[in-house]
Design a protein around this ligand. Structure first.
Ligand SMILES: [Zn+2]
Length: 308
């Protein structure tokens, strides 16, 4: 009896250590043939969600897989890698980063291996270099994980304007955009399924966050409206087919910011006035409004103050 109990105890210990060692597999949905997306939650990054809040995923060709955004923590990157390995034996040749934000790039480290090349906007490397020390501090304080310089992987393939990458029987067209959500936004178009992966050029449900240029983003939205696509994948929110109308809520919010702040400036009002009064009617339209709206007003006010 004693022996049996010890045996069972030993077995369960062995089993639990096996379970602990097994990497978790990130849940993904195949939104179009060969296009897999994990949809992030609309939350601020914290120690509970580990910063795993943005959309990430992968696209499978005949010869290569391309990861599009690797997740908001190293562990999410490894879970994404496990999801790819449970789907296909085709190797990951490319990791495409849609922009510099931590929730889109901290999984990169999981894919740093021979044969995998990192791709991003030509301004991504500089943006990462500038922000890495600040991002490292934030990760330690808010998320509880330690990042080293090797977690900040500059793209080996910088995209100047447009670039096609061949996955074998499937070509992805990457476009480097002008300053919008950030100064290093990159979109990915999969011609095979007419899927446009927009990263944070598009927010659905989650309030848009301006970390580049309000005016620049509105210009990019105008250009994007002319792009044909059967479905789009935002950086935050669900993949949707109603394109380009999916841009409308975000466009309305950004235009409202521009219009109202311009009026405040014209009347000689201050940034504090704007923070107290601009855009409050949009409060019910967006998740995380209280967390990001005032920051947007601050950024936009500083930009519009210097307009001619
Ligand atoms: Zn972002």
């Amino acid at each position: 009896m004693m022996t049996a109990r010890v045996l069972v105890f030993g077995l369960s210990l062995a089993l639990s250590s096996v379970l602990a060692a097994a990497p978790s597999v990130l849940s993904t949905v195949e939104v179009a043939p060969g296009v897999f997306v994990h949809q992030g939650v609309h939350q601020l990054p914290d120690r509970v969600n580990h910063g795993e809040i943005a959309n990430s995923g992968f696209i499978v060709g005949d010869r290569c897989v391309a990861v599009i955004d690797s997740g908001g923590s190293p562990q999410q990157g490894f879970a994404l890698r496990a999801a790819i390995e449970s789907t296909t034996r085709i190797p990951v040749c490319y990791v495409v980063n849609t922009h510099m934000h931590p929730d889109h790039i901290y999984g990169n480290i999981a894919f740093k291996q021979p044969g995998t090349r990192f791709v991003g906007h030509h301004k991504l490397a500089q943006a990462l270099a500038l922000r890495a020390p600040y991002y490292q501090e934030n990760a330690k304080r808010d998320l509880g994980f330690v990042l080293t310089p090797e977690h900040f992987i500059a793209p080996e393939i910088p995209v100047q304007t447009m670039l096609d990458i061949d996955l074998g029987g499937r070509t992805l067209t990457l476009t480097a955009h002008g300053t919008a959500h950030t100064d290093n936004d990159l979109s990915v178009y999969d011609a095979k399924t007419q899927t446009l992966w927009l990263g944070d050029l598009l927010f659905l449900g989650h309030i848009p966050v301006v970390d580049g240029s309000l005016g620049g983003w509105l210009k990019e939205i105008e250009r994007l409206q002319g792009r044909a696509a059967k479905r789009v994948i935002p950086g935050h929110g669900p993949a949707v087919a109603d394109w380009p109308s999916a841009l409308e809520p975000q466009k309305r919010y950004l235009e409202m910011l521009q219009r109202e702040i311009r009026a405040y400036i014209k009347e000689g009002k201050t940034m504090e006035d704007a923070l107290a009064g601009v855009g409050l009617s949009a409060r019910g339209d967006w998740q995380l409004f209280d967390e990001f709206h005032k920051r947007n007003v601050t950024t936009a006010f500083a930009e519009l103050e210097w307009e001619d």
